[in-house]
Design a protein around this ligand. Structure first.
Ligand SMILES: Cc1ncc(COP(=O)(O)O)c(C=O)c1O
Length: 393
């Protein structure tokens, strides 16, 4: 069986040896210097000003929305548009935090929201924020989406949990909006076992994210930021300043283990994504050229495609079912990410009024006729040949 994920880490043995050494010598294993070091390293890699490390991609999404609420950039009850084809914990925090989640359809050939599908929703509903997923390393015209959001004064946030390293028109995905989330869960581009991060160039948002990440207190802020807050709220005594909670928060902190692993794995990230890109090209070209079976997927507009799975959209449910059968006990497959969110029970329960607004959508078609198999850097030539044989024939 060719599994989606082969190992927890890239260079597993070496990484585990380094981890054992680190744990033996570390005095502190709760959030500390290693997490901060990783934040500096990751911000540099991504090319952004701030990185706030958290304990998962889902926490990153929740932290972004809570921070925007705390800052008054969005208000409860307002409308947030999101990609209908995404993962559950992209859409869920919108609902959990008292906002309304409006689905946007995706393009069939890029799997992603485009300026065209976004405009359709913006023209119909008073949207305050667009929380868009860059699905499986792909994107549509996100430069135009950015422009559109600027023109219409809509906050653009990217869920980049699946697209670390993809470059579009000279810019890394995750750098088009006000902030972006990342996941370091096993099987994503790099792993800290569980883990995530938010990147942003906004100092105010990064400061709020650091409070939201840890109980709503100010301990992880710079001295000047702490002084400002303490003066504003007249918190003069150290006895109380350590236990003053300024705004709504959670505990999303990472451990030093994740911070350490993050820096170790980040050293390999270029190698990892290059291998995956090579694998993708090797498998996608013969498989996608079977146009009798599959609908076309476009990626030639992307400078560098970085994904951890290869999606296929079958021309019919029958073809998809036949493929599922052929893959049994040979290749591990799954639906495309979380499928069409409007088809999920949680959406019908908590956001029934927007459940049917997309009608017969592309997201629905992808839900019903799509699937993906893994693209990990450890795939062998023999395994790739078998995958091609099963899919391309
Ligand atoms: C688009 C998207 N957002 C968020 C997440 C959540 O990340 P995590 O599993 O680290 O919580 C995932 C997970 O795969 C994802 O695919």
């Amino acid at each position: 069986m060719i599994k989606l994920i082969k190992s927890t880490f890239y260079k597993e043995e070496k990484t585990k040896r380094e981890l054992i050494k680190f744990i033996k010598s570390a005095k502190i294993l709760s959030f500390g210097l290693e997490c901060k070091k990783f934040e500096r390293n990751f911000a540099k890699y991504q090319g952004g000003k701030h990185c706030v490390m958290v304990n998962s991609g889902s926490s990153a999404n929740l932290a972004i929305i809570q921070s925007l609420l705390n800052l008054g950039k969005i208000k409860q009850g307002e409308l947030v548009a999101f990609s209908a084809l995404t993962w559950s914990t992209n859409a869920m925090p919108i609902l959990e935090l008292g906002l309304q989640a409006v689905p946007i359809d995706v393009e069939l050939d890029t799997l992603n929201v485009s300026s065209r599908t976004l405009t359709k929703i913006l023209d119909k509903y008073p949207i305050k924020m667009a929380f868009l997923t860059n699905l499986l390393g792909f994107c549509d015209d996100i430069d135009k989406i950015k422009k559109l959001c600027l023109e219409r004064k809509i906050i653009l946030i990217e869920d980049n949990c699946e697209s670390l390293g993809t470059v579009y028109k000279g810019e890394k995905l995750g750098n088009f909006g006000l902030a972006s989330s990342f996941s370091f869960y096993v099987g994503h581009h790099m792993s800290t076992i569980e883990g995530g991060a938010v990147c942003t160039d906004s100092e105010a948002l990064a400061t709020m994210l650091r409070m939201v990440r840890a109980h709503g207190w100010d301990r992880n802020l710079s001295l000047s930021r702490q002084n400002k807050l303490r003066n504003k709220f007249k918190v003069n005594e150290t006895f109380y300043s350590r236990y003053t909670f300024y705004d709504l928060g959670y505990n999303f902190r990472s451990t030093e283990i994740a911070g350490f692993l993050g820096s170790v794995q980040l050293k390999y990230i270029d190698e990892i994504i290059k291998k995956r890109q090579k694998n993708f090209i090797k498998m996608a070209i013969p498989i996608y050229s079977n146009t009798k079976k599959f609908l076309p997927i476009k990626y030639d507009h992307i400078d560098f495609l970085s994904n951890f799975a290869v999606p296929v959209i079958c021309r019919s449910v029958k073809i998809r079912d036949e493929l599922v059968r052929r893959c049994e006990n040979k290749v591990e497959i799954r639906p495309i990410v979380g499928g069409d969110m409007t088809k999920q029970p949680f959406f019908a329960k908590h956001q029934a009024i927007f459940k049917k607004i997309l009608g017969n959508s592309n997201a629905k078609l992808i839900h019903e006729q799509g699937l993906y198999f893994g693209n990990n850097p450890e795939l062998t030539e023999t395994e790739m040949k078998l995958i091609i044989k099963i899919f391309a024939q």
